[in-house]
Design a protein around this ligand. Structure first.
Ligand code: PEP
Ligand code: MG
Length: 325
């Protein structure tokens, strides 16, 4: 089985009727980098940056962030690296780290609904600008895209973009080595609000990445951190699938790329359904790439579209699961 996976690496990633599908990798910790570079991934679709802030007594400075991002960019050798701005808060905070000081003094009874992701960044503009500066400097060494987590309104995108332009001009004035052009700025679609205003966001964003881990939690109002213990947490619920479909339609209407980077992307049985919903790009754990590629190559687009239509019309998650078996 291992040998056939290795052989698979050389074959095109396309459906049985030759629709190209792009598979990228999620990077959570730097030690995964060599594995990802070897995985057959065509880029990094989600570079989580929380590790820089975890278990450190102080906040990472610009140079440490720069060298960390540059390492990923150079390892991918021209393939895109999608660096997600810090997504602190919610289930991702750690009281033991220096980043704990970023969190509000007021105790939030529902951290998942509070100051997290882009909200926290806009609350700490210096932190946002420091990270943007480090990313822009790393972008001079390859292909970088910048992604905003936990967006729930258009204003969050326009405010981050304003900060990006500010930092760009400041670095230019200081004659810092920069890429020829500003990196693409995209948003994660991981709140129901973002999916519902996807057309508004698509008019302004360079790309979308659907985060089904959070989208499922916020749509179904079920805590993701107790997901395994909770059968209510189901990304295949028709409510979640409809938001995914809306997002894909909006991205298509505005001709921007859209990928799916939640855990759902590494579940083999769901790939035909997701392709049927219109997705052509996925980002997942590097170790899952070849396994998923094998599924892609046996998927027929017309059958996948029929499956997706049935799933969107299904009354319950159980009905969707029945369609997949
Ligand atoms: C998601 O929410 O689906 C996602 C990819 O982001 P994270 O798991 O880091 O919250
Ligand atoms: Mg998320």
């Amino acid at each position: 089985a291992q040998r056939s996976l290795v052989r698979l690496r050389r074959l095109a990633c396309e459906t049985s009727d030759h629709v190209p599908i792009e598979l990228q990798a999620n990077l959570e910790l730097p030690f995964e980098l060599p594995m990802i570079a070897q995985s057959g991934a065509s880029g990094i679709g989600l570079m989580r940056t929380e590790f820089l802030f975890m278990n450190h007594e102080t906040l990472p400075d610009e140079d440490l962030q720069f060298t960390t991002y540059r390492e990923a960019v150079q390892a991918m050798d021209g393939d895109p690296v999608t660096i997600r701005l810090l997504d602190w808060g919610g289930d991702k905070q750690s009281d033991a780290s220096g980043a704990a000081e970023l969190m509000p003094d007021v105790h939030e009874p529902n951290p998942a609904l509070g100051l997290r992701g882009v909200r926290l960044l806009l609350h700490h503009p210096a932190l946002l600008e420091l990270q943007l500066a480090a990313i822009l400097r790393a972008a001079a060494y390859g292909h970088v895209r910048i992604m905003i987590p936990m967006v729930s309104s258009l204003g969050e995108l326009t405010e981050v973009r304003a900060a990006l332009h500010r930092v760009w001009r400041r670095l230019q004035a200081a004659q810092t080595r920069l890429p020829a052009e500003l990196p693409a700025l995209g948003v994660m679609i991981e709140t129901p609000a973002a999916a519902l205003i996807a057309r508004t966001l698509a008019a302004e964003a360079a790309f979308f990445a659907i985060g089904t881990n959070d989208l499922t939690m916020y749509t179904l109002a079920v805590d993701r951190s107790v997901a395994t213990a909770n059968r209510l947490y189901d990304p295949l619920d028709p409510a979640v699938l409809r938001l995914i479909a809306m997002t894909v339609h909006a991205a298509r209407a505005f001709a921007i790329p859209v990928s799916l980077c939640g855990e759902l992307a590494s579940r083999a049985e769901t790939i035909p359904l997701l392709i049927g919903l219109g997705l052509r790009q996925f980002s997942m754990h590097g170790g899952a790439i070849l396994r998923i590629k094998r599924v892609v190559r046996t998927t027929d687009l017309t059958e996948a579209q029929t499956l997706a239509a049935a799933a969107l019309a299904a009354p319950t998650a159980a009905d969707v699961h029945a369609l997949l078996t």
